[in-house]
Design a protein around this ligand. Sequence first.
Ligand code: SF4
Length: 326
Amino acid sequence: MVTVTFAQRKSAVLSPSRLACLRNVATINLTRGCAHACRYCYARGYSSYPGDGCVVLYTNTLEKLRTELARKRKRPQAVYFSPSCDLFQPVPQVLDLGYQVLAYLLGEGMNIALLTKGVIPPEHFALLCRHASRVRVQIGITTLDAATAACFEPHAALPEVRMAQIRRLIAAGIETHARVDPMLPGITDDPVTLDTLFAELARCGVIESAISSLFLRPTILQVLKRELRGTRYYDQLNTRLTACQRLAIHADQSTVSALSQGVRRELYQRVHLIAAAHGIAVHVCACKNPDIARGSCHIAGRWEREQEKRDHPVLFNEMGIGRWQG
Ligand code: SF4
């Protein structure tokens, strides 16, 4: 049960991000709080977090967006949904506003990138399909196990639904990648579980995935331990997180708790090999792993390439790299 309250947004709708991967894009949050209620969600630690089971919907988003976009001399390369919530939360008012905002931006010729763990409703799906070349999607998936997903991502789409969405998005010609993030220590990061997951992703047509292990703001770590006590996940997670290190990450101004650098390095190497065996290239999220990774996990797509293709179509064709594949 989610309580929705309504608010007028005072700050700008299109926000820049501190994350390197979002450098050239503008970001939008339609809500404060997120109905998916993932237990590990970093947004639960924000001072503006409205509390579990509550979302605040900014009802003047579209109106403000029209004004902002009209005033912009240089438009962002793309608009990214959403740094601190999900576009497809199971809340009718959020979905309605999301559709209107998407339709407006796509109608204005903007590029859209989105990351979701939600169910994409048919009308939203059809809209995205009509503008397939200007849409990039990452589907967040942490496990194929419905019970584990129900514990850690109680109101997000079932794993099988996310997989089906990946298949349909790719079939519709929308560049769609997976985001296996977070890998839960001792729960979803063992070789057999990972192999099963990447095999299924490959069957769905995935050729790229962003990955990261779990990182937790200190307050969320305490809450998570409390919430999981008595479940079959507690011992595994507690044991592995006891040896965690504090890490300053690009995604946040505070430090977070993460597995040690050595453990993460080993894990990412293992995932790289497992994914490669299924024909999937992985990118470690460098914003969360600044001590290990470089480059981008392409959370908001690769729009530079699209621009280059438009500017130098012949060169692209001769080089045979016109396909968006990294
Ligand atoms: S879907 Fe994303 S923003 Fe929403 S609760 Fe889960 S991790 Fe947080």
